[in-house]
Design a protein around this ligand. Sequence first.
Ligand code: ADP
Ligand code: MG
Length: 731
Amino acid sequence: MLDEPVTRLSGVGPAAAKQLAALGVRSVRDLLEHYPRRYADAGEVVDLAAVEVGQPATLVGEVIDAHVRPIAPKGRGRRDIAELTVRQAGGGVFRVSFFNQRWMADRLAPGTVAAFSGKVGEFRGQLQLASPKVEVLGHVRAGRSAEEAAEELKHQRLLPIYPATGALPSDRIRAFVATALEAVGALGDWLDPALREREGLVELDTALRLIHLPEHWDDVTRARARLVFDELLVLQLGLQWRRRRLEDGMLGLDNAPTDAGLGARLIDALPFTPTGAQRRAFDGIAADLALERPMHRLLQGDVGSGKTLVALWTMLAAVDRGRQAALMAPTELLAEQHLRTLTTLLAPLGVNAPGGVRIELLTSSTTAAQRRRILDDLAGGDVDLVVGTHALIEDGVRFRGLGVVVIDEQHRFGVSQRVALKDKTNAEGDAGTAAADARDVLPDVLVMTATPIPRSLALTVYGDLDVTVLDELPPGRTPVRTTLLDPASSDRRERLYDHIRRQAGIGLRAYVVCPLVEAGESGATSAVEHHRHLAEDVFPDLTVELVHGRLRADDKESAMRRFREGEAQVLVATTVIEVGVDVPEATTMVIEDAERFGLSQLHQLRGRVGRGADVSDCALMASQPLDELTEDARARLEAMVATTDGFALAATDLDLRGAGQLFGRRQSGLPDLKLARIDRDLDVIGRTRDLARDVVAADPRHEDPAHATMHGEVVRRFADDLEGLEALETG
Ligand code: ADP
Ligand code: MG
């Protein structure tokens, strides 16, 4: 029943099924897992005397009178007003009116209990909501005494309000859910009863009924506790079983760095000393590299915290052992950027010269002839380090002995890429290592992300990774000054352009980021048009370049090169420059339509400046007056002005958006978290992670019949899109 389509339920026809599908609800189970967004408390009494005229309010009450009153036609056509008198549970009365919506008087007949949200007005001395948003909560029987009515209200005090659409309002969803709960009968529980009791949780069947039909707030709390626990435990179990499965039968490599190795020589030759955080990262990674178990570690650090050095140091450990290392970047631009950074860092050790380290770039723009040569040299073991994009894991790429893989920006890479790596390493040609037996070898993997996320979130989303945090910036950085401008302040825009021109005069440069490539319906600023405007109208005296994702790779690269080398002083771009691009002379960042960007995106963009010794500025240009922005948009922009600390911003982002969206299912390849909130459910995250570790350590291949139900639940919830699913199932 649970996995049957919703049309199996009586009262749900094809039309309703289509409306439900728009909410992502297809099966009966989807419907049961379509949890209320919130609850309206029908017994909630807002003190009408304290309600402020002109302010928005939500008032709940029972309609006691509803009628339609015509109003004198001023022009042609009928006009009328549906007028309701509504009484709160406490007896206070207010008025609700709908202009030219006479059907409202029928829909909201006396006895209807509803929540009305809108701006509070006044009509003949009485509080009035004109054309408010309405959510019907229920009905009380007509012709009962005031006491009976109060009693009835009490029984449906907490009314679930569902994520709904215009075509399918919350009260119809509520009816469908009630039908579903009845139709499914008693639901089985996948959780071991002893564990459930130890955790003080209610049964699944109870939890599902209470979340949809609570009588008291306490019911909601108990239901939520159980369902959140389920979501998080399944997630942790899935991540850890998946990791075990991937590593099962796999051998790690001993890549322990040595005292006289390339890594140590690199550090000695640096023009600066590593930060404390970088040193701690070296230590943690060195321990992992030495283990027989393959490393799978997340390196996260704010923009500019020096992750590239740590990555290079890790890769050199493989080279020391006669193996190879690969760095995979999500875009070509980034791959090229990494190649440049690595080459600079390696210069003192000698690069692509006799006796030095040999490094190559492999992307989809690599010519066929070059590609053939690089592939030959990789297979022959002549190339030490290779930097590239997805091209690195294509067919035909073989390594002689791949020891270390660094993946930049994990959340743009899927699990499947890591699985694919497995097959690249069969060519391990070491003699004399433990690889003498037939087992496959898995390289050590370091995942880098510049999205600073709180540790709790890292442990959830990357539950299968060990985590290293670079929580310290190299000294001598000047924090970027951030200002927020709205379109009304045109003189400030002029001053900004003057500033850019003056900076250009002393060899400094500016980025101007736009949300769109070409003009579209949304009315957002397009990079193509803005580039024309800046080049022709504003900076005819400067060279203004343009990069965006639709340019050919070599055009993109030559525009970037001219900007990097100072031939161009202004670079108009889309978010292609979001990560990694490193031009120390760029000191001004202008972000057009800044309210359209997410907080972490804004932070990444701002990270493109402030990379040298000069003072840098970031100007956030809102496209609307600040007081017309949504509350969220304003909060994001104000947070950017308030701090440059990426971790603080990530915490704000979590608050504003919730983690589910921060790491959407599509991006992360993980099952949805519908109820769990990473910011609020910290203790459950910790508990479920520990529990999952114990279960998976004791039963890495899920062979224990006692875990069969649990494992089944994990497979089911990961099922839709988990790339590693076959890995779980064939286990
Ligand atoms: P991230 O990738 O974390 O944003 P990078 O690795 O690109 O940061 O480093 C930013 C810049 O800081 C680079 O130019 C790098 O050479 C430099 N850098 C790295 N570590 C240090 C350090 N300990 N002291 C000074 N400069 C450093
Ligand atoms: Mg970098």
